[in-house]
Design a binder for this molecule. Structure first.
Ligand SMILES: Cc1ncc(COP(=O)(O)O)c(C=O)c1O
Length: 419
């Protein structure tokens, strides 16, 4: 398994000696490099690059991206609130959510942009804000994703107004005198520029049905490899393919459509590692497996158990010696749950697939890579009453900054009422 090693072993040893584990660490330099690539995404007639907050919602990360010029995609009212509290301008936030926030009216009055993802949402917005502009999310009838659980388009996905319901959407817009001026499609298109080409074409065809639309948001879904089983999107190449389609659309229709994109994974995934400690070992015989147990698992990283995703990982030994011996290893988490595994068969969380790791002992450390996206923000926090792990930022100047403290026992139980 190839490792990125974006943070040096020496720095990791410094961290294991000074902080409680497990701990997430994000590399600022990598975050800034990714932000620059997204901000410079090729485009024909203008670009609004957004960051999908859901991927990693910690305040310092949002602040960093805000200061470097990114706008934001929020997937709930709570994400909006988090962003506004740290000083992000409401006008820089677009809401694309499954659930309408109870205080939608207040957010929109502050300047938050609303993207209706269903006919019901469109109607609800119309009642609150007749005669205003609106963005709508369309499910163009095509999906992409390595497993069903990450597929966000096509007939098996509930996200967005179904393509055949566009006449109803127009009727609702007419009823409330809403002007549909932005369209949105997010299907998680991945690494293949041809799929992006198809999605851009399909979406621009839908733009033809809406004469007032000036902006098309193609969502996120620019894939980052979590291990050598996957490929990272070449976003420059993908961007150029999309740009050409927008230019062709202009030539055909005379309409210069502005582009929006809103990656999550692409901006944060590569930047993060999770440092854990090996707390136990087990061997289930010659027909079984060689297990190592770590002091982490679905409480910090659910992706392997949920999607069967493989993250590259490596051992850092306490007593490094010349012995380079490796062994086939199954890595399991610390929860009393047979699904708490970190080495599933690729794309199949039901099956196990040992990985080759350096031979390790209890007390050595296991570093899991590519955990910046959908790990800290998407974990089974507090299951088995384990506290939420802390988070560190490795600054460009080499200093470590605590950006989230490890949770205390008092915080875990603070809302419980005993009598
Ligand atoms: C509406 C929307 N935009 C953007 C994203 C970000 O996707 P990714 O992290 O794959 O780039 C998501 C993720 O689910 C999403 O639902």
């Amino acid at each position: 398994m190839k490792n990125l090693k974006i943070i040096s072993d020496e720095k990791i040893r410094e961290i294991t000696g000074s902080f409680n584990l497990p701990i997430y660490v994000y590399d600022e330099k990598t975050l800034l490099e990714s932000a620059k690539k997204v901000i410079n995404f090729p485009n024909a007639y203008g670009l609004t690059p957004r960051y999908a907050i859901k991927a990693l919602s910690t305040a310092v990360i949002l602040k960093l991206f805000n200061e470097h010029g990114l706008h934001f995609d929020a997937s709930s009212g709570y994400e909006i609130e988090r962003a506004i509290r740290i000083g992000i301008a409401p006008e820089k936030i677009q809401l694309t959510s499954q659930k309408l926030p109870n205080n939608l009216e207040e957010f929109v009055k502050k300047g938050v942009i609303f993207n209706a993802t269903s006919l019901f949402q469109l109607e609800s917005y119309g009642k609150l804000f007749p005669d205003k502009n609106i963005s709508i999310r369309i499910n163009p009838g095509m999906g992409s994703g390595h497993v069903k659980r990450v597929n966000v388009g096509g007939p098996s996905s509930s996200f967005g107004i179904w393509k055949d319901d566009i006449p109803q959407a127009k009727q609702i817009a007419k009823k409330y005198n809403l002007k549909i001026n932005k369209l949105h499609t997010h299907i998680g298109s991945g690494t293949n520029p041809n799929i992006w080409k198809k999605v851009a074409k399909l979406s621009l065809n839908t733009v033809k049905l809406f004469p007032d639309v000036h902006t098309l948001n193609l969502g996120g879904g620019f894939k980052i490899a979590h291990s050598d089983h996957e490929k990272t999107t070449d976003i420059q190449n993908t961007g150029n393919v999309i740009k050409d389609i927008f230019i062709s659309f202009y030539k055909e229709t005379g309409r210069r459509i502005k582009l929006e994109i809103e990656p999550g994974n692409y901006l944060v995934t590569k930047s993060g590692i999770l440092i854990t400690k090996i707390i136990d070992k087990n061997y289930t015989g010659k027909d079984g497996y060689n297990f190592i147990k770590i002091n982490s698992g679905i409480t910090e990283i659910t992706r392997p158990a949920m999607y069967g995703s493989i993250h590259s990982m490596y051992i850092i030994k306490n007593n490094e010696n010349k012995n380079k011996e490796t062994e086939d290893t199954l890595v399991v988490g610390h929860c009393c749950e047979s699904g708490d595994i970190l080495t599933p068969e690729i794309n199949d969380p039901e099956e196990l697939e040992p990985v080759k790791l350096k031979k390790s002992e209890i007390g050595d450390h296991l570093v899991i890579e590519n955990i910046g996206g959908y790990c800290s923000s998407m974990s089974f926090s507090n299951y088995n009453s384990f506290p939420q792990a802390g988070e560190l930022l490795l600054k460009v100047d080499g200093n470590l900054k605590v950006i989230r403290k490890r949770q205390t026992m008092e915080q875990i139980i603070q809302n419980e009422i005993i009598s």
